[in-house]
Each structure stands twice: as C-alpha cells, then as structure tokens.
Design a protein. Sequence first.
Length: 541
Amino acid sequence: MFDIIRDSTFGTLVNHLTGGRVLPYRDQLPNYQIPERYLKSLRDSTVPSSPATRVPSFVEGDVAKKDPEAAHIKLDPYIVDWDGDDDPDNPHNWSSGKRSFVLFSICVLTFSIYIGSAIYTPSIPGIMKDFGVSSVVATLGLSLYVLAYGIGPMVGPVPLQELPSLGRNPVYMITLLIFVLLQIPTALAPNIGSLLVLRFLSGFFASPALATGGASIQDIYAPQYLAYTIGLWAMSAVAGPVTGPIVGGFAAQKEGWRWPLWELLWISGFSFVFLFFLFPETYPDTILLKRARRLRKLTGNPNLRSLSEIKQAQMSPSAVAQEALIRPFQLMMEPAVFSSTSISDVSIFTITIFITTRIHVLFPTHAVWFEAFPLVFVDIYHFKLGVSGLPFIGIIVGAVWMRTGGFPPEERLKLAIVSGFAIPISLFIFGWTSRPSVHWIAPVIGAAIYMPGIYLLFQCVLVYLPMAYPHHAASVYAANDFFRSTLASAFPLIGRAFFHNLGIGPGCSLLAGIALGMIPILYLLMRRGATLRAHSKYATA
C-alpha cells in the first residue's frame, strides 16, 4: 500500500514538496546502493558527454538487431533503465495484488465516467417539460456527451499520455477534476442551451478515462493476460451505461430531472478522491524518466538519461505535436496502403474498411436498441420511471456470465464469430416478445442473450488493438473511440422515431439483419490480420 500511495498524484506531490523525505523512492533512501555504471567517470565513457547529442546507434551488431534497448545500455553506461529483470518499480513486476488493485481503480474510473451518458436519459422527460423542448432537443444532452468523448481523444489531451514527461496520471486527474466541477453548473443549468453546452464539455473532459483505460492495463499486464484483464475493464464500461438508467430513474421519479446529474457529481467526485490518493502512475517511460531525474540529482551526473527522455529531447515542437495530436489520425487510416496499386494491397484496404464497419456499426446499433427499452417497459408494460431501468440488469447478468469461461487469447476471434449470432437472436426475441400478451420477463431474457455477442466482440477488439500497436496504445484507442462515439452520438436522436415508425418487432429485426450481415467481417479479420499489420509502419507483425 505504501508504494501505491507514493506513486499516486497525492504521493508525487508530497514527495516533490518534501524533497523525497516523505514517501521516498528506493533511490532516495540513505542505504540505496547506486549502480556502479552510473558512477563511472565521464572520461571512461566512449559516448559524447552532451545529453542533447548523445543518442546511441540502434544498428551496431547483432545485439542491436535483437534487442535495441539492450544495445543502448551496452553502448551507453549512463542510460537509466530497470535494475534487472526483477526491478519492483517495473509495472510488469508489481505484485498480483497491486496490479489487481490498479485494474480495479481503472474500472472505477471508467464506470464513473461511462455512467454519465445513460444516467441522463431519465432526466429527458423533465427537461422537455421544464424547458418546453421536444424529445429530440432534450436527447441532444445524451448525443453531445457521446460525441464529445469521441472527439476528445483526437483533439484533446488523451495522446499527451504517451509523452514521457507527462505520463498517464496528470492527464487522467486534471481532466477528471474538470469533469467533476462541470457537473455543478450542469445540474443548475437555467436553460436548455447552457445544459447542452455543459454536457458537451463534460463528455470532452471524460475522454481520457474512456479512451485509454486499456492502454493503462497494457502497462501493467503482460500480453498473455490482456484478454482477461481488458475483459474485466470492458465489464465496467458496459456496467456504466447499463446502470445509469437504474440509478437515475428512481432519482428523477422522486426528486426531478436535476437529481440524476447531482448523482453523477457524487459518483465522479468519489472517483476523483479515490484515485487522487490511490492510483499510481503506470506508464513505464514516465517512471524511468522520473528515476533518471532523481539519479541526476543524487549523483551529480548530468548525463544520466532514460531512453524515452533522450528521444523526447531530440524531438522538435512540431514532432511533439505530431506524436501527441497527429498520430491518432494517422492510426485511424491504418494500414497506409493508398500509395500502392497492387491487387493484394487493394484487397487489404477493402478488408480494413469492412473491419472498421463491423466494429463501429454495431456500437450505434447498440445505442439505437437501448432507445427501445423505455418504449417497451413504460409504454407497453407500464413500468414507472424508476422501475423502467431495472430490465437493464439483464444485460449486466449476460456480461457477468461471460466472465465464467476462460479462453486462451488466440481463440478469441473464433469464439467471437460464433457468439456473434447471439446479437441477432437476442434482438429477434426482444422485438417480437415485447407485447402486452407476453410477460415482461421474455424481453428481459432476450436482452440478457445480447450481451455475450457484443461483449466478446469488443473484448476481442480491445485486446487486439494494443497487441497490434504496442507502442501507440493510447493513440490507437483514441482513434477507435472516435469512430465508435461519432457514429453512436447521432443514433439516440433517431431511436424513438425509428421504433415508432417501424414498430418494436420490425425495428429490432432490421438491427438483427445488420448484425447478422456483419459476422463474415470477423472471419476476414481472423484470416488477414497478420497481413494487415505487415503493411503498417506503426504495428508489429
């Protein structure tokens, strides 16, 4: 627990303000043994002494080809790296208890932000009444929130997490604090215009928590564990919007439409306090950079640098801007095959378009389907506002059930193809049993069947992305989130009209047909994924 507090935002501030006397790192303790290579005389080093120009070659010998970082350390004794394979500061060497706690903390952060989308929906009838607006205008508060947390990762602070001088925590905590503070004027909004603007801003500052939780998990877990740990994170992302109508429904029914927004303030406020004291920095490049700064102060040797620090020092402001802000847009277009005219490359690009369609069409379909729930359980079964959110529990039950099976990562795509049939089956059951003559439990069961398909699909994608782009996980998650959220933000605006015009059964059947038609795309991804990565300059083969 000591090192968790020490590495948190609170601990970092205390350590800095006390000069390492309170909550010290190992290298700040009196009995710390400085590695001998950091104490060698500058005259013994064969490398230039200027940190600004000292960038060892990556191409000297077989060692460099096999392990560039090892080659760096061999050539330059002043490269600050982990103190052996069992260095306790390396996130991959943290104890299982510490890593589990950090994973839990990431899930808390994700849940407390994701709930902010759907917790708003029970407020829509009250907003319509108080502000005299249509359901479409009132629903904009949901759509703008979703749109903003899709835009935020592309033009906001999310890619800055991959700059070693910042790391994950400052971006997480600053944006989360702004998010918490924005909930106060949102709950007090005097008119629809200010409410919509504030909801958009809330979604924008929610984006780091929603876009890059998976990148933080990749920091602390080896690839063979990602399928399971990211699966748990995905559960928190599912539980947020599913729990929102339940939590907000009873509050809106009892106290009015503003109370769900106050609840979001309490939930996100608790999350901020919890993470401020107990969420450590996980980005290895940042951890090593901070270690190098401390060792320079301890030894008086100005040449001590981490690899990431050397790389960042060589970057011009324009290169930093590209690293932080432009790369997500580049990764959106992967693989980059526009300049090639070969038949194989054209086919690969076509498959990429299909894969993107598969992933990002089902998410808005998911959003449209949620719009059917109040129509079914309020209009057909006459549930009260608070109780009408309880059928969403069926979806949570489906997600929990999916965690009971342990499948090796390489089987995830095959399993996702089979489980993809659960989505159209669920939609058919939900759509055609939603009628007064059929008990309400039937559509609830249909909703529970939906979850295995959508859950495994997103788990597969969220595991696949960081493994394909291990050095740019935050950026590639940002690009993925942008696609999903941009499409999904428009669909709540048409959902009610969609089901009113087509009917619940035909509407769900149309969504089921779309889902069914997308299943072959997963097969193409499974067969051609390695070829896609081979055509990318950012991915690993």
